[in-house]
Write a protein that binds this ligand. Structure first.
Ligand code: ZN
Ligand code: ZN
Length: 146
């Protein structure tokens, strides 16, 4: 199961536990990532959505904040498309599926035998990414109708 976090107190604690001061901007960005964890957005999209509610927010702040989250592995960088970075709030390790028709990136919650490993052949693992590519369920449904 991919866990979700439901309150801002938990987000605050998460930041503190990773050694990051829970500033207003960090909290807002983390809260946004948490609420839209299924979307795997780019930094630009995160900025666009938040700037509407936070006029003082800058693109640089969004980048810097995401980088500080990446450093402490609070988020992971999903590079499944090969051309851009999508950000994913890490709650539980999971893999991703990219639909080549609609471009959607979906969480794949599979029982992966390696996803929970801590080391491999003496190398310590910090992240494991599984990228699956193909056609999503919705697009397959549309295809069948034609
Ligand atoms: Zn699709
Ligand atoms: Zn994901």
């Amino acid at each position: 199961m991919i866990e979700t976090i439901s309150n801002s107190e938990q987000l605050r604690d998460l930041l503190t536990a990773r050694g990051l001061k829970p500033t207003y901007q960090r909290l807002r960005i983390l809260d946004f990532l948490n609420k839209h964890s299924d979307k795997h957005l780019t930094a630009e999209k995160i900025y666009e959505a938040l700037a509407k509610k936070m006029p003082v927010l800058s693109m640089t702040t969004v980048y810097n904040t995401l980088n500080s989250f990446l450093k402490v592995r609070l988020v992971s960088a999903i590079t499944i498309t090969g051309t851009e970075v999508r950000y994913d709030f890490i709650t539980t390790p999971h893999h991703h599926f990219l639909c080549r028709k609609c471009g959607r990136i979906v969480d794949i919650d599979v029982d992966c035998p390696v996803a929970k490993r801590k080391s491999i052949k003496g190398y310590e693992i910090e992240e494991i990414h599984g990228y699956f590519k193909g056609i999503c369920k919705e697009c397959l449904k549309k295809q069948r109708k034609h």
